[in-house]
Design a protein around this ligand. Structure first.
Ligand SMILES: *Cc1c(COP(=O)(O)O)cnc(C)c1O
Length: 222
């Protein structure tokens, strides 16, 4: 498909979601993992300016794209492997997935969000809410990263039960700001994906991370 065909095929997906985010004063991040470069370029042509990678190697392989998207801001949202941290120190607008002091130490003065584990066993990534205060204290005291707020990737909506993940993350942010663990300018909330971004916007997301609903199904891994 030519770029202009790709733009026209993605326009009906991207424009309404971008408008919903703008109406809620949230920033839309297009999650580009395993997406073909034409779709990423098409999203840029349609006005998307924030893009997120989940894999360092994929980001490195696509560096030529970055040059064609001068106004783009790049975000990292995947698991942080310690042998890859040197690639995450510079060039990224936000690293959303910091959940350990050890990795924070290796990220230089990057702007980061602390990932919170909501919904128990679903994901191993993220700091447990009970440990959040101490983890943030130590990252602030012992590293040079700039903490900008909190991030979460809850289980799929049909498994929430009584869990209200986005309200919970907003409340944790409010509590941490009230006790000065998070500064007034560190109130960002990165939450909401294709399946639940409407709920996340309703609960005050400042960043939503949307992949398939925006760009179409991802390519299968082999
Ligand atoms: C893949 C991914 C997303 C986007 O998921 P979709 O369901 O495609 O919208 C958002 N956040 C994280 C952390 C992801 O890994």
């Amino acid at each position: 498909m030519s770029l202009s065909d790709t733009i026209e095929s993605l326009r009906p997906r991207i424009e309404p979601i971008a408008a919903q985010c703008a109406a809620a004063s949230a920033r839309l991040i297009a999650v580009v993992k395993r997406q073909p470069p034409e779709r990423i370029k098409a999203a840029y042509a349609l006005g998307v300016r924030d893009f997120a990678h989940s894999y360092v190697q994929e980001a490195l392989d696509q560096q030529d794209l970055w040059a064609h998207m001068p106004e783009a801001r790049w975000h990292f949202i995947g698991r942080i492997q310690s042998n890859k941290t040197r690639h995450l120190r510079e060039g990224w607008h936000r690293i959303h997935s910091v959940d350990r002091l050890k990795t924070a130490r290796r990220l230089g003065s990057a702007s980061v969000l602390v990932q919170v584990r909501l919904g128990g066993e679903h994901s191993k990534a993220g700091v447990d809410p009970a440990d959040l205060r101490e983890t943030i204290e130590r990252i602030a005291a012992e590293t040079s990263v700039q903490i900008r707020g909190l991030m979460a990737l809850p289980p799929p909506r049909e498994r929430w039960g009584d869990l209200q993940p986005f309200e919970t993350l907003a409340r944790l942010r409010d509590e941490l700001q009230a006790t000065n663990h998070l500064m007034p300018d560190a109130g960002e909330l990165s939450m909401g994906t294709s399946g639940d971004y409407v709920e996340a916007l309703g609960a005050g997301a400042t960043w939503v991370r949307i992949g398939s609903a925006l760009l179409g199904a991802r390519q299968e891994t082999t």
